[in-house]
Design a protein around this ligand. Structure first.
Ligand SMILES: *Cc1c(COP(=O)(O)O)cnc(C)c1O
Length: 450
């Protein structure tokens, strides 16, 4: 029989770290001292867990994924967001099969690209024009270039703990305090690439104002995850997003909402609609492709008209607007738009699951807390209120924290992100019964680790 362990052994020989994206690796939950291994072993012996190696998934359906061993796991990764309707939604699947029959890619203009752009521009007021790309990373990279081209300025303000893909200028180390010149957070990124990236603290408007005042005429844009979901879920406090809007206006910079996770999730119009803030540019990914590799950036017409071939900001893509991907993405978006009850229901599901987790923590007086908004949430193993990267990092990631919790949940047939600093994603396919089953598992898992 194939096993995840065996596949991983083969994978590490031919793929760096055995995975095609580091978020899939089990580095932060899969390494154990011999004593830890022993203490966990008894609990997990009966379950599907294999230490160290990531789960290799064979197929999926609704809210479940099935690993190669045949274990059925309740999935809270949901491909990191795209699967808002659950895995393998029949309408999406059908649209992909139909599109494939007509050809996989032409490298020429297609009707479906126009339909996709018209659909988004007609339903999202702050998106007047949009360009399709192949990933969230590309969307961010291009939005930043566009903002720089439009303003003729070079500096970008980002927030510690917010992730905007792996483009050079966004891989900036969190450092300490407010810095006017970013330091690379990855080998292979020259200092020149991050020199114009400045780092502020999430939920700290003063840190943003300080940066603006230090460089009043050179900030092209502020980029933010309007609900941060890449340091675990961290919510914008009252006035934070409004404050960013007015600081950008005051200093003539553009406001970019990175809605790669929140777009079409918090509401159809993403966090911008949910919180009623109008960004100048917005980036999408994940949900917009329904599981196919798609990203997009869009916003104000006068800004987007800067993009080639309409304007002087160069950006291109052989597979951008790929017809199969467009059919998948548009089918999912049309479904979401036609079924606004999905959003009310996701909000209720979030309250049921994450509210339930909060209640368990409170009743038992456990040193952990849950942050959540609608279908996004994170259980942080810290007593501190998590409101920025600093406080998120206070979490216990060890056996009496996230690592222990992760395996206890795995042992109960529940797949969580293999890192404390990620979100849990709920889909429309997670029924109340599944959520209640999960809550019971959370309660029992927490008993074992505290
Ligand atoms: C996932 C993500 C990205 C990067 O998207 P990829 O498709 O992985 O390149 C960018 N920004 C945010 C907020 C994300 O969550």
């Amino acid at each position: 029989m194939r096993s995840s362990g065996e596949l991983f052994e083969r994978a590490v020989k031919v793929i760096p770290g055995g995975v095609n994206s580091p978020v899939r690796a089990y580095q932060s939950v899969g390494r154990f001292t011999p004593e830890e291994r022993q203490s966990l072993g008894q609990t997990l012996a009966s379950g599907p867990s294999v230490f160290g190696s990531p789960r290799f998934i064979d197929r999926s359906e609704g809210c479940y994924v099935y690993d190669v061993e045949g274990n059925r796991l309740i999935d809270y990764i949901c491909s990191w967001g795209p699967m808002i309707l659950g895995h393998n939604h029949p309408l999406v699947l059908e649209s992909v099969i139909k599109a494939c029959e007509k050809g996989l890619s032409f490298g020429c203009a297609t009707e479906i690209e126009v339909e996709m752009a018209e659909f988004i521009c007609s339903h999202i007021p702050h998106v007047e024009m949009i360009r399709m790309v192949n990933s969230g990373t590309e969307a961010v990279m291009s939005a930043i270039r566009t903002a720089r081209g439009y303003t003729g300025r070079s500096r970008i303000i980002k927030f510690a703990g917010c992730y905007h893909g792996h483009t050079d200028s966004m891989l900036v180390s969190a450092g300490s305090g407010v810095m006017t010149s970013g330091v690379p957070d990855s080998a292979g990124v020259p200092e020149g690439c991050t020199r114009d990236t400045m780092m502020a603290s999430y939920n700290d408007l003063k840190s943003v104002r300080d940066l603006f005042e230090a460089c009043p005429d050179s900030v092209a844009a502020v980029i933010v995850e309007p609900v941060a979901a890449n340091m675990g879920v961290v919510l914008p406090e009252e006035g934070f997003l409004e404050g960013l809007r007015s600081l950008c206006d005051e200093f003539g910079a553009l406001l970019i909402f990175d809605e790669v996770i929140t777009g079409f999730r918090l509401a159809f119009g993403g966090a911008a609609e949910y919180f009623g803030i109008r960004p100048d540019l917005v980036t999408y990914g994940k949900i917009i492709g329904a599981g196919m590799p798609v990203g997009a950036y869009g916003g104000r017409k006068d800004v987007m008209e800067m993009v080639a071939p309409a304007g002087p900001v160069y950006q291109a893509g052989t597979l951008s607007g790929n017809p199969v991907a467009m059919h998948a993405g548009l089918t999912q978006l049309q479904y979401l738009e036609a079924h606004p009850e999905v959003y009310t229901s996701l909000e209720e599901k979030g309250n049921r699951l994450f509210g339930g987790i909060s209640r368990i923590l409170k009743e038992k007086g456990l040193p952990a807390s849950a942050n959540y908004k609608a279908s996004l949430g994170t259980l942080f193993f810290t007593e501190q209120k998590v409101r920025d990267y600093e406080s998120a990092k206070a979490s216990d990631t060890g056996l009496h924290g996230y690592k222990g919790y992760f395996w206890q949940m795995m042992d109960r047939g529940i797949l969580l992100a293999p890192s404390q600093f990620e979100a849990m994603f709920i889909s429309a396919a997670h029924t109340d019964q599944v959520l209640d089953e999960t809550l019971e598992a959370v309660e029992n898992a927490l008993k074992r680790i505290f």
